[in-house]
Write a protein that binds this ligand. Structure first.
Ligand SMILES: *Cc1c(COP(=O)(O)O)cnc(C)c1O
Length: 342
């Protein structure tokens, strides 16, 4: 990242852009150009919705980030219907279908892995249902791209985005996205797409391996290194490593429970993301106090998010972490739990 800057209207930049963009295709499960966007992931979320003329949107809401998606849709002038999930889970497909049958829904918003709860939605099923009723599927895959399979082409997803700072283990500041031909065609019918967040502009420049505006070069230098690291590990191996971390934390929670401590994983079994696990602390313990203790021992946990703030903590087991680096962290959490339980 300390490499000297280069001019971005040059073949050298185009080569850098092409390397990073193609390097990310596997993580998105796509053969389409992956856009490199200078913005955090929420910018890409807004881009997905800014591209579409105001219309009816159905938002699957099962946590804070899923609700942010709905709020962004409202802010972009769409009429939003929220479908809610049971606590910590995912929205039942029947709820989605009930919302879709009533009329002309332009798009469904869904968060693949809801980072506030760790719950993973079945994207292939959501997209198939949306398609059946003629709606696009817009996907926040911020916590899943790079941690578990996200198959934009095979699952027929219309807009998928992530941020640099999650499972791709880069510094924050970039978003990456891919859009289907169907999405682009729908966006073409909308004359008011703005400029910075115009998906058609992003696509047009991406086709030429260029950036629409001045790119964040140091972050792209870092991304060039990181896509090579991901390729060297191999995507399948990367996904396996994350699945192993998910299994390790689940086994650890079982062991803690076997010792009579009522710790629980928020997301239901079978619908858990590979890169983050949210846990409900036992009654009488403040999750913030636990997070502070663990921080004192040198490990950073995520606080509970939104309404789950006082009852949960989150372990981010993604990026370059492994089962070997996760265990010492879990040991520290266990000690803190024991101390707080007195
Ligand atoms: C982190 C996160 C975001 C927000 O990303 P920013 O880069 O802060 O804009 C959105 N959705 C999910 C699921 C996230 O985990």
């Amino acid at each position: 990242m300390t490499r000297p800057m280069i001019a971005h209207r040059t073949p050298a930049y185009e080569a850098l852009h092409a390397t990073v963009s193609t390097g990310l295709q596997g993580a998105f499960g796509t053969s389409r150009p992956v856009w490199l966007l200078t913005m955090s992931a929420t910018g890409a979320m807004e881009m997905a919705l800014r591209g579409l003329a105001p219309g009816r949107i159905v938002s699957l809401v099962n946590g804070e980030f899923a609700d942010r998606f709905a709020q962004v849709a409202e802010g972009c002038g769409h009429t939003v219907q929220r479908c809610f999930a049971p606590f910590g889970g995912v929205v039942p497909l029947a709820e989605l279908e009930a919302a879709l049958v009533t009329g002309d829904v332009r798009a469904v918003t869904v968060v693949h892995v809801e980072t506030s709860t760790g719950a993973a939605s079945d994207l292939a099923a959501v997209a198939a249902l949306a398609r059946h009723y003629g709606a696009l599927t817009l996907v926040d895959a911020v916590t899943s791209v790079g941690a578990q399979p996200v198959l934009a082409d095979a699952w027929d997803l219309d807009f998928v985005f992530t941020g640099s700072q999650k499972a791709l283990a880069l510094p924050p500041g970039l978003a990456f996205a891919v859009a289907s031909e169907r999405y682009l065609a729908t966006a073409r019918a909308n004359p008011r797409r703005g400029l910075y967040l115009d998906p058609l502009r992003a696509h047009r420049y991406a086709l030429a391996s260029q950036a629409p505006t001045t790119p964040a070069l140091p972050l792209l230098f870092a991304a060039e290194v990181q896509v090579a690291r991901v390729a060297a590990e191999g995507l399948e191996a990367r996904w396996t490593r994350h699945a192993e971390m998910r299994a390790a934390i689940s086994a650890w929670v079982d062991a803690v429970r076997a010792d009579g401590i009522d710790l629980r994983i928020v997301a239901p079994e079978g619908a858990r993301g590979a890169g983050v696990t949210a846990c409900v602390v036992p009654d009488g313990i403040a999750a913030e106090a636990l997070v502070r203790r663990v921080a004192g021992a040198g490990w950073t946990l995520g606080d509970g998010y939104g309404p789950l703030r006082t009852a949960t903590f989150r372990v981010g087991h993604l990026g370059e972490h492994s089962v070997a680096t996760l265990h010492p962290c879990l040991d520290v959490i266990r000690t803190a739990l024991d101390d707080l339980m007195g």
